[in-house]
Design a protein. Structure first.
Length: 456
């Protein structure tokens, strides 16, 4: 069935996912042995009630010897006796099987090599939503789905994390869902039936007790300060603390979570419309960037929640990132196709609007859904609902387009650059699309990119 949308993509750090999937638990054999033991120990316990009711007509049953039925020494039910006999035969290995330990139907435990690039996508079809783990083989420039997980709610964003309330070092995907929750799925578990952990699961507040005079006394319910009250639209894990996860929602708030104990640590409400993106600063531990549908860009020191600095966007926000080359710059793309570069020092200092913006770019004729920079200086990539990805050179007074490419995947909803391989971009449209910028000779010449197949 054709996918209707790949709503989000996220890279997994190289070497963190092995592909060795653990089963969700198969105790059928143990339960069968316990049932057999109980029946065998009970023996002929039913013999004490062997009297035949008078109303039952037993004529013609003498030939079957039913009166001695309970005296037979059969060691329990014949069903278990057959199982015991078959178990002895099963212990003998078939000499004609070349690999008796493998599954003849499917070998899902495909090991992921250390040099493989791994990423996850959330995809939506007509009647199902899935989390899919892909492996991109750089040598062959190909990718395949290693395994997938059925999701219980429509996914809107995804973030890789390594720590949960029950695991200090694992491989997990945190997914923001339309049902207001953040579901954390174990990427190394085969066919899980439910999330490994859920943050912000909505809970009904307890009924408030009535005061004298018939008025209800207002109380704070257990779910009032934890769960989002709208779809979770964006997630980002702290690069400094693996326990910390930030989220933005349609309820106009940002929240900071302690994943280790599943609690909401802080909640911020400096936006007046849906929060579309949130990003931790790559070098300043307490600084957070946000952008929302209220046409505002927010800069926040999480230690001072009431002092967010705001800048005006030219339209509703689509994406926002920090510059990896300049810690005082950030980029934001909006739904009219524009991209702006801001000087956060000017924003924090409440300088005039024209001084806050370094440059403005009309990158696409429709919504610019993603903006990404790359390890190569001055290289900027944008993608939009027009299905095109564009590469810009930001050197000089303003960006200049170097290359535009139709990705042949319909409208593009998301884009993520690979942190381990310069120039490798993953896009999400009707399907995931990989574009290695170093495969383009023009980009090699302009940005001096290192070819992907070159020796390190």
């Amino acid at each position: 069935m054709e996918k209707t949308a790949v709503t989000c993509v996220c890279w997994v750090p190289r070497g963190r996912c092995t592909g060795k999937l653990g089963a969700s638990g198969d105790n059928d054999d143990d339960e069968m042995r316990e049932a057999h033991a109980e029946l065998t120990a009970g023996g002929g316990a039913a013999a004490s009630s062997s009297a035949t009711p008078a109303a039952v007509n037993t004529a013609g049953l003498e030939e079957f010897g039913m009166e001695n039925y309970d005296d037979e020494d059969d060691g329990g039910m014949q069903f278990f006796s057959v199982l015991n006999a078959d178990a002895e035969l099963a212990r003998d290995k078939d000499p004609y099987l070349t690999n008796p330990d493998s599954d003849s139907d499917e070998d899902v435990d495909v090991e992921i090599r250390q040099e493989d690039h791994v990423f996850v996508t959330t995809s939506c079809e007509e009647d199902a939503c899935n989390l899919e783990l892909y492996v991109f083989e750089e040598d062959e420039s190909s990718m395949y789905v290693h395994h997938d997980i059925s999701l219980t709610a429509y996914p809107l964003c995804v973030e890789w994390i390594s720590r949960t309330s029950s695991s200090d070092d694992g491989c997990f995907a945190a997914i923001g869902s339309i049902d207001h929750s953040i579901q954390i799925w174990n990427l190394e578990q085969l066919d899980p039936l439910e999330p490994h952990q859920v943050l912000g699961m909505a809970r009904k507040a307890p009924k408030a007790p009535k005061k004298k005079g018939g008025k209800k006394k207002k109380t704070m319910g257990s779910g009032d300060v934890t769960a989002h009250d709208g779809p979770v639209l964006c997630l980002h894990g702290s690069p400094f603390n693996r326990n910390v996860l930030a989220s933005g929602s349609g309820d106009q708030t940002l929240k900071v979570w302690d994943v280790a104990d599943g609690s909401c640590v802080h909640s911020y409400s400096h936006h007046s419309d849906k929060v579309q993106c949130v990003r931790w600063h790559p070098t300043e531990q307490a600084v957070m960037l946000s952008a929302a549908f209220d046409r505002k860009l927010g800069l926040l020191d999480v230690r001072q929640p009431g002092q967010a600095a705001m800048a005006t966007l030219p339209a509703e926000a689509e994406s926002a990132i920090w510059s990896r080359h300049n810690p005082f710059h950030c980029y934001a793309s909006v739904d009219n196709g524009g991209v702006c570069c801001y000087d956060v020092r000017k924003v924090a200092g409440k300088a005039p609007q024209d001084q806050q913006i370094i440059w403005t770019l009309m990158a696409h004729d429709v919504a610019c859904t993603a903006v990404q920079d790359a390890p190569a200086p001055n290289l900027l990539v944008t993608a939009g609902l027009d299905g095109h990805a564009k590469v810009w050179n930001c050197a000089g007074s303003g960006p200049q387009m170097i290359l535009s490419k139709n990705l042949q995947a319909g409208p593009i909803f998301t884009c993520q650059s690979n942190p381990d391989m310069p120039g490798l971009m993953c896009f999400g449209g009707k399907c995931p699309v990989m574009w290695d910028l170093s495969s383009e000779q023009l980009l090699l010449d302009v940005f001096k990119l290192q070819p992907s197949n070159a020796d390190a």
